[in-house]
Design a protein around this ligand. Structure first.
Ligand code: ZN
Length: 75
């Protein structure tokens, strides 16, 4: 069975409509990016829960955005 479509996400299938699936895909890709731990400098920073990011090596925990680490710029 050939799969014509290239997809990098699971779990949504044909549900929710194309706009929401595209949005989900963007968030999913952002979520899976490798992130550098500011404490030990290794690429082991993972999202622990919404807006909480934790390093798997040194246990460093920091707050960020729900789906991304980059803090919201307040000017
Ligand atoms: Zn670390």
């Amino acid at each position: 069975m050939p799969k014509g479509k290239r997809r990098g996400l699971k779990g949504l299938g044909a549900k929710y409509g194309s706009t929401l699936r595209k949005r989900y895909g963007r968030v999913f890709v952002t979520l899976k990016l490798k992130r550098k731990c500011p404490s030990c400098g290794r690429w082991k920073l993972k999202r622990k829960s919404a807006s909480i990011w934790e390093c798997r090596l040194c246990g460093f925990t920091m707050a960020g955005r729900a789906y991304d680490v980059t803090p919201i710029k307040t000017s």
